[in-house]
Design a protein around this ligand. Structure first.
Ligand SMILES: [Zn+2]
Length: 88
């Protein structure tokens, strides 16, 4: 917890994420909710990471307009798919 304390840059980052970001985030949350529900109901099958074959995977949506179009990726590949470079 210590590292989150006294870091003003995280506050600035939040302020920069305006209405557009929140709208995109809303679509993401909705897509995840639909996908998770489908997964719980057994409509979606979990597979190992489609990029590296790791067993521990997360849901990735290439297109949030298609909530049931799920790609299973491990955390690292997921971050890269979302355009983020994992550290460490
Ligand atoms: Zn992977």
């Amino acid at each position: 917890m210590k590292e989150y304390f006294g870091r003003p840059e995280s506050k600035i980052l939040k302020r920069r994420q305006g209405r557009r970001y929140r709208q995109i985030n809303d679509i993401k949350i909705k897509a995840r909710r639909i996908a998770y529900k489908a997964f719980k109901e057994g409509k979606v099958e979990k597979t190992p990471c489609q990029k590296c074959g790791k067993e521990k995977v997360e849901m990735h949506h290439p297109d949030y307009a298609e909530p049931l179009q799920i790609v299973w990726l491990c955390k690292r590949c997921h971050m890269m798919a979302d355009g983020l470079v994992p550290i460490g």
